[in-house]
Design a protein around this ligand. Sequence first.
Ligand code: FAD
Length: 756
Amino acid sequence: MNWSNPFNCLSDLTSLRRRFISRPVFKLMQRALPKMSQTEREALEAGNTWWDAELFSGKPNWSVLQDCPAAKFTTEEQAFINGEVETLCAMLDDWDITHHRHDLPPAVWAYIKQHKFCGMIIPKRYNGLAFSECAHSEVVMKIASRSSTAAVTVMVPNSLGPAKLLLAYGTERQKDYYLPRLAIGQEIPAFALTGPHAGSDASAMPDTGVVCRSLFEGKEKVLGIRLNWEKRYITLGPVATVLGLAFKLYDPKHLLGDQENIGITVALIPTNTPGVSIGRRHNPLDSAFQNGPNWGKDVFIPMDWIIGGAAQVGNGWKMLMQCLATGRAVSLPALSVAAAKYTCRNTGAYARIRKQFNLPIGEFEGIAEVLARIAGETYLLDAARSVTAAALDNGQKPAVISAIIKYELTERMRRIVNDGMDIQGGSGICLGPKNTLGRLYQIIPVAITVEGANILTRSMMIFGQGAIRCHPFVQQEMAALTLDNPEQTLQQFDAVLFKHIAFMMRNMGNGVWYALSNARFASVPGDLQTQRYYRQIARLSAAFALVTDVALLTLGGTLKRKESISGRFADVLSNLYLCSCVLKHYQNQGNLAEDAPLMHWACQQSLNRAGQSMLAIFHKLPSKSLPWLLRGLLFPFGNPTAPPSDVLAQQVAAILLHDSPARDRLTQGIYINQNPEDATGKIEVAFKAVLAAAPVEAKIHQAQKLKQLAKGLDSVNLQAAVTKGIITGDEAQLLEIASQARLGVITVDDFSASLQ
Ligand SMILES: Cc1cc2nc3c(=O)[nH]c(=O)nc-3n(C[C@H](O)[C@H](O)[C@H](O)COP(=O)(O)OP(=O)(O)OC[C@H]3O[C@@H](n4cnc5c(N)ncnc54)[C@H](O)[C@@H]3O)c2cc1C
């Protein structure tokens, strides 16, 4: 070694570090990294990264979030939401649909088709509506607040399915033929991926296509594919005219080339093709959207039925994963927010209308705590929905974020509706036309299960994909490991590795400093109300990035199977994302003081959860001393954010119990009507009537306290109150109207002995 020349010295140091650090780490990583299948790689590479990568960086660049424009609609979109969507909602009678017809009425099907509800994502040149993702989300949300059956029927053609696949990968001929027909519902699409033997692990499907030549439409020896498949749970399957079918393609006779096992391929199959069988219907928890199995026996299709033609053989999985990267960020989140807003509006009003122990039940602390959870969570859900939809419109295709919001929004919707059921008591349980919540409660598991079942999404997808895609160095390190040239490989690996080490040191420094200072000096956006939350995001992000690296280092490839650890990491990342959305949403809406309790509740709740999950990781990591040391350095005083206080919860609950702009903003975008004959219209009317009568009721109670009036609110007593001048005749009438309206809301349905 030559230490006399500083340049030589540096080069010697580099070669030393390559020899003694990079090479052993390289070998270790080569052994530790699990083999990745083609489908896993394609799933990992789908979409892009956005704010998730900033959270992974340990030092988020706030302008990435701040610069994303707020959701907005064109005049045409707004007119559609206020016009056609309102009209459609008014046509929907959920009890009739789910209990009597088990389908949408023909007039509703016709309206959906005529007004191009199935063509929201289809461009104008194909006669579609060409709506933004924000508008698409808003339409689905409003419909879902009226009827899940109608919402699912509209969601599917606009979500992962033939139209989306054709737009991204179809040939011009396919687009010209199918898209205009799909836009007006002349073709009803279904997307057929899942089968009896391949559910969550859809890439394991046993469905096959074999390249061959056959007679087709009178022509001999047409090059094509002989298909055999069995699918189930396919939404719109029973009424579909065209199936987007996924299957594994083989070419044993090498008619296409050298490759025998070509891989997953997607084709469009008209359901009237010989050999296709559309089975009977499934009954998904009594919701009435069309869903069922289908299968094909020796179905021959020409090559140009493959989406994108012969050029796209074997690319099916990639195509599906790319479309899923954005698709799952819109439909189910919109449906979840619809359910949340609907519960806020109706259950909140119910808690004001329903009295027990002489008080509206919403005034009891126990109920207020649950109401606060419903309202605070709804604010958070809506923030995540609208911020993410706006990011999609801004060109992002964030695969990890779409998994986060699919999982988090459907999970939180489940809790919100459960809470609503608890508050509604028997009136939520007894089904019938007057019930407002029971059908919603029933359909929740559908949202949990489809587009990536939730347990799998949380424990495997979010952090599994995030740790590779969003981490600034892991993907580069993995790429370096696969290079052929050994010298170049080590050189490249060494460069990335040392950047990675510097990154860890920085996160360690920031993490400890933030822990000591509670991130007080971190440079963040926001104002006096919100800066403390931005700072906690900065603090948790630094800790998250560092602990991620420690977990990757100590567990390597086995982390993939340690789902209870990777699920906790997913919870940290998800809650940081959700909190970021809340802050952005609050800002987008103009930092309104009346909404501040909702913002505070949502931030405190999500940060507290992120902190809890972070602390849980230290207990779950295998080695004991390192996690213990890290915990002591990064969280010396435990979880930095407390959950929302009781005082805050009372303020948030109050929003649901009063007719206010904050309540209207919180529930904005769902279908609201004032028809006293309608189950939800009746609640609106009663809510207003009860609120209008409240001051009169207070006068009566005061008089009763002073023993000027007997107990009770019966008509004799009211008359006495008028006679004694305690209230006026008009005020007595207000009480009478409120009492009638209350009776209408608390009344439940009954049926004959055979439940007819
Ligand atoms: C109403 C409805 C509509 C549907 N519509 C369509 C459609 O239009 N097109 C279509 O192709 N499919 C559709 N599906 C299928 C849906 O995508 C699958 O149901 C879903 O992928 C789960 O598959 P599975 O039901 O077979 O459950 P399984 O795959 O058997 O999963 C059961 C449980 O195991 C969990 N799990 C599985 N693997 C793991 C793992 N590695 N780690 C942790 N947990 C794991 C899952 O999260 C789930 O909780 C629909 C399903 C339903 C119920």
